[in-house]
Unconditional design. Structure first.
Length: 192
């Protein structure tokens, strides 16, 4: 670490050093001048370790992510994904994927997008990727403009897309569970 001192400080330090070298025997030593510069090591962050006795301290970054919109973002994405999936499971022919697309776009553009706990961040990212991939696959296989000969391939592709959406929902559940284990308790349970 380099410290740049102004020229006046260097002259003062040099003068004090010279006075110390030329001092007479028996006289009290001259102490160097006190400065207001202190060198403290930068604080380091260590990731919390899981505890069998209860939730670990999530650290200020996780709490910040959750409290400044992360909870709302996660819950709205859970609601949108579960809504489209339940419509598909109910056999609806026309399913509006717009709300899911909008929630995914919000998650992508969220300014505090990174959860500072790696395992949870990885789960959150993978869940969003699976949802986006599944939605794209379902849209591409929607059958609009598909010839009757390709209907079976389109149905297979759609099934793969819905499977990916299901995996994305499971990833959102894992993300929610991990955040709860870190002490981030939801104001309302998004799974009910």
């Amino acid at each position: 670490m380099r410290v740049h001192l102004p020229l006046v400080s260097l002259v003062t330090v040099s003068a004090v050093g010279a006075a110390l070298l030329t001092g007479c025997a028996g006289e009290p030593e001259i102490t160097p001048p006190k400065t207001n510069v202190s060198f403290k090591p930068a604080p380091t962050f260590t990731a919390p370790t899981p505890s069998a006795t209860g939730p670990v301290n999530p650290g200020p970054g996780v709490i910040q992510w959750y409290g400044t919109g992360g909870e709302t973002l996660l819950h709205e994405l859970i609601f949108a994904a579960r809504s489209v999936r339940s419509q598909h499971d109910a056999g609806k022919i026309i399913i509006d994927l717009g709300p899911l697309s909008a929630r995914l776009e919000e998650a992508r553009g969220y300014t505090v997008a990174y959860i500072p706990e790696q395992k949870t961040q990885d789960t959150w990212t993978k869940a969003r990727e699976r949802l986006a991939s599944g939605m794209a696959t379902v849209l591409n296989a929607s059958g609009l403009g598909t010839s009757p000969a390709d209907q079976e391939k389109a149905a297979e592709a759609a099934a793969i897309g819905w499977e990916k959406i299901g995996e994305g929902i499971q990833g959102l559940r894992e993300t929610d569970d991990q955040l709860r284990a870190l002490g981030c308790m939801p104001t309302k349970d998004p799974w009910k």
